[in-house]
Design a protein around this ligand. Structure first.
Ligand SMILES: [Zn+2]
Ligand SMILES: [Zn+2]
Length: 343
């Protein structure tokens, strides 16, 4: 048995360890429930992680992945009326499918990744049932959502962006294809976001069976959500923040710098970084941590971005000094003096 059952009387949550069956998008237990419920004409919701599903392209020879010219994200595809379009999901610039790799000129360009469309096709083929896809582009109003949901389909594939309950419909089975949505984001509030993403879905929906597929089944945000225990999560999250010295046990301040010219960005960040180190020395703030790092997405809408992160148990006085001494220009820097996340 490759799952744990969290039995809450009227709700049953099956937590599946996908590291033990990584070759297929559906676990055995998910497949069993799907088969059984499709036969019984029940309503099923497959929840797909938006970030995870989108497909991208790469060169088979040199592994080069084409990226958006304006943003440092790979271009991904969407299907609109059976036509595939390639675009940047941040700035929506459209691209043609490359015929040659711009790096090594090979013409072996492959598509990779699994989208809601492929998931719908897999379900249609394997279980012989009608599938509807709800995506933010297609389902951006309650009317449109109502229309899609009132179709005679049994299985609905949704992206997590539509994680709001629909009052008039009860699902009999909800499958999380990948419950680790937030955990891969390098951020100390990742666990909190992940917990509420799961917990809210469990508690807001009038559904009795949940299958939760995860590659991190031991993570406390997933376990406490499956236990439906907010207090237990808060307690473990506080301990985690204490152990790793994160807020509320310390202050974190993030200075974000953006520029269209990469060299200018480096010069500015480097200058400010050195000035901060100087002030740290001068005011003998020995335990103050200062480091510079690129954010999760380095370039957005043609602008390069870089962070300087300051971490100490009380940054207020030091930041006042920084403001007066360095005369930081708010047009150039975006300063978050009590950062809730590190992205
Ligand atoms: Zn872009
Ligand atoms: Zn190549």
């Amino acid at each position: 048995m490759n799952y744990e059952l969290f039995d809450h009387w009227e709700k049953k949550i099956f937590l599946v360890d996908m590291t033990r069956e990584p070759d297929y998008i559906f676990s055995e237990i998910a497949k069993n429930w799907l088969k059984k419920y499709i036969k019984q004409w029940k309503k099923i919701w497959i929840l797909v992680n938006k970030k995870w599903y989108s497909g991208w392209i790469f060169c088979k020879k040199c592994w080069f992945v084409p990226k958006c010219d304006k943003c440092s994200v790979s271009i991904s595809y969407h299907k609109v009326n059976d036509e595939k379009i390639w675009l940047c999901h941040i700035c929506k610039t459209q691209y043609n499918f490359p015929t040659k790799c711009e790096h090594c000129w090979s013409n072996e360009i492959l598509e990779f990744g699994i989208g809601t469309q492929q998931i719908a096709e897999i379900i249609q083929n394997e279980f012989d049932t009608k599938v509807e896809i709800l995506e933010s582009e297609k389902a951006n109003s309650t009317n449109k959502i109502d229309k899609i949901l009132s179709s005679n389909a049994q299985v609905f594939v949704w992206t997590s962006l539509l994680n709001t309950p629909i009052k008039w419909i009860d699902f009999d089975l909800i499958v999380f294809l990948n419950a680790d949505l937030w955990l891969n984001i390098p951020d100390y509030s990742a666990a909190k976001n992940n917990f509420y993403f799961l917990y809210d879905t469990f508690t807001n929906h009038n559904c009795k069976i949940f299958v939760v597929q995860s590659f991190n089944t031991q993570n406390y945000s997933i376990r406490t959500a499956c236990k439906l225990s907010k207090p237990l999560f808060e307690q473990q999250d506080l301990q985690f923040r204490k152990d790793w010295n994160y807020p509320p046990f310390t202050d974190i301040c993030i200075i974000l710098y953006k520029n269209e010219i990469e060299e200018r960005l480096f010069n500015k960040v480097d200058k400010l970084y050195k000035e901060l180190l100087y002030l740290k020395e001068k005011y003998q703030m020995n335990d103050l941590e200062i480091y510079s790092t690129p954010p999760l997405i380095y370039k957005i809408f043609g602008k390069y971005r870089y962070n300087i992160i300051l971490k100490w148990k009380d940054l207020r006085n030091f930041m006042d000094i920084v403001y007066t001494k360095l005369k930081l220009n708010q047009n150039w820097f975006k300063i978050d003096r009590q950062a809730e996340n590190l992205i």
